[in-house]
Design a protein around this ligand. Structure first.
Ligand code: ACM
Length: 653
């Protein structure tokens, strides 16, 4: 994450309601019946075309999967076998001949169906047979994901569930993604997540047809990948002091405090994770964030810095190292940048990049490029010499020089270079990919300049931002509610769609201390982004989407994946009356909720006053407690809002 100017403290929602637009790009013959989203069908992301047909399919005790004897399908078959057999207790076998009658038929099209492309599929469920057809194995895998979502929620169980009729509604589905890059970024640098936690994260993302995991492997708080010949990166750079609380302003650690918190992936671990992901049709893009965000590398090898004294630096444990008060780029309080004027830096990066290139088969390597402070460069003699020698006029050009040198290294290893949108300041060639994070503007411009672009704007896709009021959420400097995430359009007006590879949501983990919280921050916004990058724009509909999300909450409960219920928490808005009294307005992000409240410190329930109009707190009240209900069921969390806090907010206006 990072930071972005107060401007983007966007987020307490601008609410826009989508109208149900025409379904324009599906074969007309398939639009025979609009789908009624009862609890029965709730596929996320919304398929291109789904027609409910008569009847139901019931899973027998012996399930037979027919599939061609193609090694590429082996993983899909075992995935489906596992997903069906564990919760149902059915015996699920696989045959490649026609000796026994199929229950599930996986077919790779002999004749390519151009309509569904490389990742699309058709899924037909009749009372006696399930058929998934695709041009490529990936399509079959996505068809399997949709199929699983048709079965009762208990299909998500990790253990056998008895007394369920394993019925799926009969349907005809034709489906394919809107964009080819459907990514989630997982920052394993700020907090380390184990190999099995990364796999757990992958398991959750494939349910929603994501196909790209961007691993942020190096930052000020940790270096997370073994590099042969550079042992200190993981002996020193992967460890810091364990601290909890509000990251960013921790008391600087003393030398005595143990630096035992962290970890890294060995090269064998990386191979295992890459294979695990590949088996699930997920590519992994590694990121080594340079030249800024490089404190862990500098602490390991201080000669990579151009600042004397870097030998005394330590891996950041969450203490303040940047001053953001003047916006970006930040003023560094210690120099966390690699030195663009130092040849050793390029030798170092050559070694790192050549090993990273071998470990990750994906075409791109991400080299960061964001938020590099320039205040140490400005006063550095070697940078001055470099500028003179290369005719560089300002610090943007200094960073541009660095980026171009790194780009050449990346390309010399047969890979493509990707960076955060700041790299555009350095006048990079069109062969570099751009990840647009400071809004969509940079991505639009880059696409027009023929850069391949991935849209991952803070505005819609920053999963580290708070999902509701800071009174209930772990404190981060900005908010992004589910409804706003759902507005994400990876191909915005003005962009050249030919160069937009897709979209991605980013989970920065400064404030995320464990995998449960990583899941909480990812879901349900990850569902909103998944639908934005997979489903046709015309098929997106907030009301329908949210009704599906509620079904998926129940599925996630059974899958034991954590999610945020923040969408049910009310939104507080404050104003002052003509006589300067505090006025409190409560609204909700979703329809159909009732808000109950108290000012007397007791816990409201549905027998308390129901919110109907702006509230004026009684004179001596100190606390407003609120909770939302759906009918008789409490769905929101008990929110304790101090009146002082609301007064402060009103005074700021
Ligand atoms: C970023 O969030 N600094 C890419």
């Amino acid at each position: 994450m990072k930071r972005f100017s107060a401007l983007l403290i966007l987020c307490i929602l601008s609410i826009k309601v989508y109208s149900q637009a025409a379904i324009s790009d599906i074969p007309v013959s398939t639009i025979t019946e609009s789908v009624n989203y009862t609890s029965e069908i709730a596929i996320i992301p919304e398929p291109v075309s789904l027609t409910k047909t008569a009847g139901h399919f019931t899973l027998p005790a012996n399930v037979v999967i027919h599939s061609p004897a193609n090694p590429e399908l082996k993983q899909i078959v075992s995935f489906l076998q596992e997903r069906l057999s564990i919760p149902t207790g059915s015996f699920v076998s696989n045959v490649s001949d026609k000796s026994s009658k199929a229950t599930v038929n996986l077919i790779l099209n002999d004749k390519i169906n151009a309509f569904i492309g490389k990742e699309g599929y058709t899924l037909t469920v009749t009372p006696s047979l399930i058929t998934i057809k695709a041009n490529k194995p990936a399509g079959l895998f996505y068809g399997v994901q949709s199929l699983i979502q048709l079965f009762p929620k208990e299909i998500e169980s990790k253990e056998r569930v008895k007394n369920i009729e394993w019925m799926a509604p009969c349907v005809e589905v034709t489906d394919y993604p809107r964009v080819g890059w459907r990514g989630l970024m997982f920052d394993v640098a700020r907090h380390f997540f184990t190999k099995s936690e990364v796999k757990q994260y992958i398991d959750a993302m494939v349910r929603y047809k994501y196909n790209l995991l961007h691993l942020h492997l190096a930052d000020d708080e940790g270096w997370r990948i073994e590099i042969k010949g550079l042992p200190k990166l993981t002996e020193v750079g992967a460890w810091r002091v364990n601290k909890v609380g509000e990251f960013g302003n921790f008391i600087p650690p003393t030398v005595e405090e143990p630096r035992t918190y962290g970890g890294f992936y060995t090269q064998e671990d990386i191979k295992e994770i890459v294979q695990y992901a590949r088996d699930r049709f997920v590519d992994i893009m590694p990121e080594i964030d340079v030249p800024g965000h490089s404190l862990a590398a500098i602490v390991s090898y201080p000669e990579l810095s151009c600042t004397p004294g870097a030998e005394s630096y330590r891996v950041r444990s969450g203490e303040r190292i940047m001053d953001w008060s003047k916006g970006a780029p930040p003023i560094a309080l210690l120099d966390n940048t690699l030195c663009p004027a130092n040849e050793k830096v390029y030798t170092f990066l050559d070694s790192v990049i050549s090993q990273v290139a071998k470990l990750f088969p994906f075409e791109y390597i991400h080299l960061g490029g964001d938020e590099a402070p320039i205040n140490y460069w400005e006063k550095n003699d070697s940078i001055r010499v470099l500028m003179k020698r290369e005719g560089l006029k300002n610090m943007h050009q200094v960073q541009g020089y660095f980026e171009k040198r790194v780009q050449k290294i990346v390309e010399s290893k047969g890979k493509k270079f990707m960076g955060w949108d700041e790299i555009l300041d350095g006048d990079m060639p069109a062969s570099v990919g751009v990840m647009s994070w400071r809004g969509i503007k940079y991505g639009i411009d880059a696409s027009k300049n023929k850069h391949e672009v991935v849209m991952s704007p803070t505005t819609f896709a920053y999963l580290d931002y708070m999902q509701a009021d800071q009174i209930t959420e772990p404190r981060v400097y900005a908010s992004l509610r589910l409804r706003k995430s759902y507005e994400f359009d990876p191909i915005p007006a003005g962009a050249d769609p030919k160069y937009i590879k897709g979209g991605q949501a980013n989970l920065w983990t400064e404030q995320i201390y464990n995998i449960r919280q990583a899941e909480y921050m990812t879901w349900p916004r990850g569902m909103a982004i998944a639908e934005s990058v997979w489903s046709p724009a015309e098929k997106k509909n907030w009301t329908t989407f949210f009704s599906k999300v509620e079904q998926h909450f129940k599925r996630m409960d059974i899958a034991e994946t954590k999610y945020a219920p923040s969408v049910y928490d009310p939104i507080f808005s404050v104003s002052r009356s003509a006589d300067k009294q505090l006025m409190i307005e409560l609204t909700t992000e979703v329809d159909g909720l009732d808000i109950y409240y108290s000012f007397d410190n007791s816990f409201p329930d549905r027998f308390y006053p129901k919110y109907t109009e702006k509230l004026m707190p009684p004179k001596d009240a100190t606390m407003l407690k609120v909770i939302t209900y759906k009918g008789k069921i409490p769905v929101g969390r008990m929110m304790n809002m101090p009146i002082d806090e609301l007064n402060k907010r009103a005074s700021k206006k």
